[in-house]
Design a protein. Structure first.
Length: 260
């Protein structure tokens, strides 16, 4: 009830009217009390209706706010879940990259197991499906060799001719004086050019030779590290690393473990 005080007043006024009527009170007085009780009852109803409508509005507003808050919380939870998934994906990718880098830095080596036959253990033959020899990484080796350079000028070494002419001219200029010195300079230039043109020419006269560096990637000379063997036993594929190359079959236990 939303107007208890108002209803109590109306009820009290109605009781006064009844008491007055029962005690032989005047009609007008009883009528006035009855009208007053009716007015107070109507006012109590209006107050109760107004307060109930206000309570309904408050409840509706509260429900709307709660629904909005629930939607916000749900969106926040979904966002947090998406962020967690992204973080997990990034962590997995970082772990994969780290594992790949570790494998490149530290190549996997075969794990030592006890492959010796147990006492009275039954053995079976398993078919070898593939064998891979694991060795060290290739190395680059370089050397220097003589190579014939074709100048395209009928076998004349032009760089040698130029240098030889300069040196011959300098040496010829040191001989004599005056006109004789000029002749000696000319003879030295010509002679040095001829000599320089023939320096480094091969026997065919097609060019000259020079030192050239060559490089090539060759397999390492180190011994084999191990043999990576794949075999099939009872429909399942197994792998093992051995120090010696296997044959067409290998001996295994009932669980498919190799035995030597």
């Amino acid at each position: 009830m939303y107007a208890p005080a108002e209803y109590d007043q109306a009820a009290a006024t109605l009781r006064q009217a009844n008491d007055l009527a029962a005690n032989g009170g005047r009609y007008n007085d009883v009528h006035q009390l009855a009208v007053l009780a009716n007015q107070r009852a109507a006012a109590a109803q209006d107050v109760a209706r107004f307060r109930s409508e206000q309570a309904a509005l408050v409840a509706q507003r509260t429900a709307t706010d709660a629904r909005i808050q629930a939607d916000v919380s749900a969106r926040q939870a979904q966002l947090a879940q998406n962020q967690a998934v992204d973080a997990q994906r990034q962590a997995d990718e970082a772990q994969r990259v780290a594992a790949s880098a570790q494998l490149r830095a530290y190549p996997a080596t075969p794990t030592a197991y006890d492959y010796r036959r147990q006492q009275n253990e039954p053995l079976y033959e398993a078919s070898v499906t593939s064998v891979r020899a694991v060795v060290g990484t290739p190395q680059q080796r370089c050397w220097v060799e003589r190579q014939v350079v074709d100048t395209g000028t009928a076998g004349i070494n032009l760089p040698g001719a130029v240098v030889g002419g300069v040196i011959g001219g300098v040496l010829g200029h040191q001989i004599g004086s005056g006109r004789g010195q000029d002749i000696a300079t000319g003879i030295g230039t010509v002679g040095g050019a001829v000599l320089g043109a023939n320096v480094g020419r091969d026997a065919s006269g097609a060019g000259y030779t020079q030192d050239v560096q060559r490089c090539a990637t060759v397999p390492t000379a180190a011994r084999l590290d191990y043999w990576d063997v794949t075999y099939n036993f009872r429909g399942y594929e197994h792998r093992v690393q051995t120090t010696n190359p296997p044959g067409r079959t290998i001996l295994v236990s009932a669980q498919g473990e190799p035995r030597i």
